[in-house]
Design a protein. Structure first.
Length: 223
């Protein structure tokens, strides 16, 4: 079965060009505005190419809306090139940032790379090693140099989310909504306390800081 791409852009010419290019290798779904993109996500694409500058629901809003339900790579397509715009995009949940105008072959190579990475992640063993730290995602256990780290359910959920997406920055709101759900009865401030406790438990056995604070943005896994 061919992998499935969702291409979202309000410029029909760009969508048609990309659909023709990628249609040789993938099943292609298209959407021309944010509302349509939200509907097409139900088809479970393997990767989403998402324009930021769209009327109505822009790409950032669409990404925030779907990220807690969609685990596939999301690549932003945009003419914006400022660092703050890129940070905003990554905070919204994007995995990559493609600046227009782009070369189709380069875009195709990036798409292939993200899909390969996703396949490796899905097909990987349940245990991953990060230096001294070993995490067994199936057993929901963590050990450092063979010493068991006792983590609460929420603490392990945070470690799992960050470590499976090493290097990706998550703000507190996104961590909270992903783990507690949008109907959680607390607020994102609780993330700070949970991460403080995780760091304290890790610090008993290692000097390495596995959870790094990205000031003004959130947290990322430092493997």
């Amino acid at each position: 079965m061919r992998q499935k791409l969702l291409i979202v852009d309000d410029e029909k010419g760009i969508v048609d060009t990309m659909a023709k290019y990628f249609g040789r290798q993938y099943e292609v779904l298209t959407a021309y505005h944010g509302e349509e993109a939200l509907q097409k996500v139900a088809a479970s694409p393997d990767l989403i190419l998402l324009d930021i500058n769209m009327p109505g629901l822009d790409g950032l809003t669409v990404c925030r809306e779907i990220r807690q339900f969609v685990g596939c790579p999301i690549l932003f397509l945009t003419a914006r090139i400022e660092s703050l715009d890129k940070i905003e995009g990554f905070r919204a949940g994007a995995d990559d940032y493609i600046v227009k105008p782009f070369d189709l072959d380069e875009l195709g190579a990036r798409v292939e790379a993200h899909l390969r990475r996703e396949q490796r992640r899905q097909g990987s063993v349940t245990v991953r090693f990060f230096g001294e730290l070993a995490i067994d995602y199936a057993a929901r256990t963590a050990t450092i140099n063979g010493e068991s780290i006792v983590l609460s359910k929420r603490e392990f959920d945070i470690v799992e989310l960050l470590s499976l997406n090493a290097g990706q920055v998550f703000d507190r709101e996104r961590i909270y909504e992903t783990i507690w759900g949008i109907d959680g009865e607390g607020n994102s401030d609780t993330i700070m306390e949970h991460i403080r406790k995780i760091r304290a438990k890790f610090a008993v056995y290692t000097l390495h800081s596995y959870i790094e604070t990205v000031w003004g943005c959130g947290y990322k896994w430092n493997s």
